[in-house]
Design a protein around this ligand. Structure first.
Ligand code: GLA
Length: 702
């Protein structure tokens, strides 16, 4: 029998449990376990480089490794382009040289990540099996001498990739100094073969998905322009403009093709490798979108990405968006497995980052959730396409001027490891991104001025200034941890997704939908309800008509006054409690005086619809209003313009990362006394010159 005392105890537990389910729990479990990006027994913040020992005489290796060790580097990625050295002829594997390189690195405490070499198949392979070469849209087969020339859909190629990955794993799967694996390299930029083998696989894939051709014809409305298919073999790989349903399925097939190509190698490695060895891939940030990154990163231990500025200088928002989007793929910390040592060789102008900027960039990476930063590359090959890319070591074998800055930063990483151990980025605000919506809008932009990235960035900029931390996640993940969720332009809102989002609102969240939201279903077909589709009912309003604008039009209301440009939607309220926050001024007649932004309280939460692309001032007004309405607060507090504040939360409190990207020296007042970790002192204020960094430890958790 449960005593009365025990009864009230359990009641209290239940109340606490229930409350923890209802209240946004952004910080609840952020520090329970070490992030998978932090390797047991290793530094919590790692810094490394890409080393290609196969390009250098073995007598030189020791010098290189000594130099790496002296620069406090503790990771090197090896072998991702060394297929011809590891398998010089089919079935003859030579790994002794690699083993010697790994052992030599071990002596200098440099952990190894092995790349599978499948982004660059050797000449014997493509000569012997020409069907493994990629065929482009014009029917041209790739030739040897570049990379990404293998065909992802070639069964023969996959068999050969499996074999080399397997042999590598047999040899190094238990190697104590090999901490993990990278599959392939940047997934061949996702290029696809346009040959019979690829087309037949696409058709088979469609057949498995739709089962009946009638269903496919119906969802794609193929009666339009005589597109009706009578057998699966008639379905083409879309080239240029085609049926939106077909185009979306092809893009999903591209995701499937690369995901299964990746899985083929994961299986080969996992069959022989220790569990402790991670498996990742090197992705290319927010801007690269030919496949759905949420899908392809699912089987990986964590996400790694290649962070290059190219021409110009680091823009904390643009780079921050990529970091936050890459972190959002698995909602975990990540690695920057490649970054530029000053400059690259492939941008329109390969200018160098300024003195101090490389260090600032590395700390910016950490503030956004990076647990490792690696410079591509150690030393340039003396010939080959990338001879004049930035490096840490010049062709004469001596360090370049940037070496000191990298060594200083690497030392700081090593010194501050305890502070960053088990820490993660936490945010109260999320931006939603959906690859399928991105593709679908880009195929039917309706105005070439509509720039999805610019729309996202304007929200990011305004919201981050207020909240100082943003997650960029899929619309389909659990959202309860966020007080505010903004979907800048969520085009595809099928029923299930709408239900998920409505649930979030009902339980106390604030969902903001931007223009173009909810026009389409999962087949890229128009919904038969007006925008925002199934979410029109909770919103208590709908979009009567959308308009591509020739020029900016005025708008004003509770959110302030400013312009709407590029895109405007005419909203109409249906529910009496739907509140209009912004109205259009004089414009095309249709929009004059009509609602542009509508909001409504629903359940314990709120849903808001923004019908146009707002000018910067209006976005700021809207961000201010919505963060206030949702109770979002800055994690650090006010900072001068040009300073970016980020934070990570762990078992011992919060670590703030402040970086000054502005040109002027700034003094930042701290919200309370904190420990400044780079100079080991307690302080209430820090002074930051351009590219200056402060790392502040605060025992208080948000
Ligand atoms: C990419 C590749 C590397 C190298 C760098 C150069 O990220 O993965 O192999 O080519 O670019 O910037």
């Amino acid at each position: 029998m449960v005593s009365a005392r025990m009864g009230s105890f359990w009641c209290a537990v239940l109340v606490i449990l229930a409350a923890s389910l209802l209240i946004p729990t952004s910080f609840a479990d952020s520090s329970q376990q070490a992030p998978p990006t932090q390797l047991p027994g290793r530094n919590a913040l790692l810094m490394g480089t890409d080393w290609y020992p196969e390009q250098w005489p073995e007598e030189r290796w020791e010098t290189d490794l000594q130099m790496m060790g002296a620069a406090h580097l503790n990771v090197a990625r090896l072998a991702e382009f060394a297929w011809s050295k590891m398998e010089p002829e089919q079935g003859r594997f030579q790994f002794d040289w690699l083993e010697r390189a790994i052992r030599a690195a071990e002596k200098h405490h440099i952990a190894i990540v092995l790349g599978t070499p499948t982004a660059a198949p050797p000449a014997w392979l493509t000569q012997k099996y020409p069907e493994t070469l990629r065929v482009d849209e014009n029917g041209r087969r790739a030739v040897h001498g570049n990379r990404a020339h293998g065909s992802v859909t070639s069964f023969k190629y996959r068999e050969l990739c499996h074999r080399i990955a397997e042999e590598m794993a047999k040899r190094f799967g238990h190697d104590p100094n090999v901490v993990g694996w990278q599959i392939d390299n940047e997934y061949g930029y996702s290029l696809m073969s346009h040959n019979d083998e690829a087309r037949q696989q696409f058709q088979q894939w469609l057949k498995a998905k739709y089962k009946m051709l009638d269903a496919l014809n119906e969802h794609w409305t193929t009666s339009y322009w005589s597109q009706t298919y009578d057998n699966w073999e008639e379905i083409p790989i879309p080239l240029g403009e085609n049926n939106p349903g077909l185009m979306l399925e092809w893009q999903r097939f591209v995701t499937y093709a690369w995901t299964s190509y990746q899985q083929n190698q994961i299986d080969a490695i996992r069959a022989h490798a220790d569990e402790r060895q991670f498996i990742t891939g090197n992705f290319m940030g927010y801007g690269f979108d030919p496949f759905d990154h949420f899908v392809i990163t699912k089987p990986l231990t964590f996400v790694a990405w290649d962070d290059y500025v190219g021409t110009g200088h680091l823009d904390p928002d643009t780079n921050g968006i990529s970091h936050d989007a890459m972190r959002g793929l698995k909602r975990e910390n990540f690695w920057v497995i490649e970054t530029q040592p000053g400059f690259v060789n492939w941008a329109p102008v390969n200018n160098s980052l300024n003195k101090g900027e490389v260090r600032a960039m590395a700390w910016h990476d950490v503030g956004h959730g990076a647990d490792e930063v690696s410079y591509w590359q150690w030393r340039s090959a003396l010939n080959g396409q990338e001879e004049i890319h930035g490096t840490l070591v010049a062709p004469d074998g001596k360090p370049v001027p940037l070496r000191e800055e990298v060594a200083r930063t690497a030392k700081e990483f090593a010194d501050l490891q305890a502070a960053f151990r088990d820490t993660r980025v936490v945010s109260e605000v999320a931006l939603l991104q959906d690859y399928e919506s991105r593709w679908a809008i880009n195929w039917q932009k309706h105005t070439d001025k509509y720039d999805q990235f610019a729309v996202l960035k304007s929200w990011y900029h305004a919201l981050r200034k207020i909240s100082q931390s943003i997650d960029i996640v899929s619309p389909d993940v659990p959202l309860e941890r966020y007080k505010l969720v903004v979907a800048p332009d969520l085009y595809l809102i099928p029923k299930e997704r709408a239900g998920h989002l409505a649930e979030y609102v009902k339980n106390g969240g604030h969902l903001v939908l931007g223009p173009r939201s909810g026009l389409k279903d999962e087949f890229n077909a128009l919904l038969t309800t007006r925008q925002p589709g199934y979410l029109g009912e909770p919103l208590g309003a709908q979009v009567e008509q959308y308009y591509a604008l020739e020029k900016a039009i005025p708008a004003s209301g509770t959110l302030g006054s400013g312009d709407v440009s590029v895109w405007a939607e005419l909203l109409k309220t249906a529910a009496p409690d739907a509140e209009v926050l912004l109205k259009y001024g004089k414009s095309n007649g249709w929009l004059d005086g009509q609602p542009a932004v509508v909001t409504r309280k629903v359940g314990r939460g709120r849903i808001t619809y923004v019908g146009g692309v707002l000018s910067d001032g209006l976005v700021e007004g809207a961000a201010l209003w919505m963060t206030k309405a949702s109770g979002v607060a800055a994690a650090f507090g006010p900072v001068p313009d040009g300073i970016e504040a980020s934070h990570r939360v762990g078992p011992n409190g919060t670590v703030f990362v402040l970086v000054n990207f502005g040109a002027e020296t700034q003094t930042v007042a701290l919200p309370r006394e904190m420990q400044s970790l780079l100079d080991q002192r307690k302080t209430k204020e820090v002074q930051l010159p351009q590219y200056g960094v402060a790392i502040l430890s605060d025992s208080k958790k948000p």
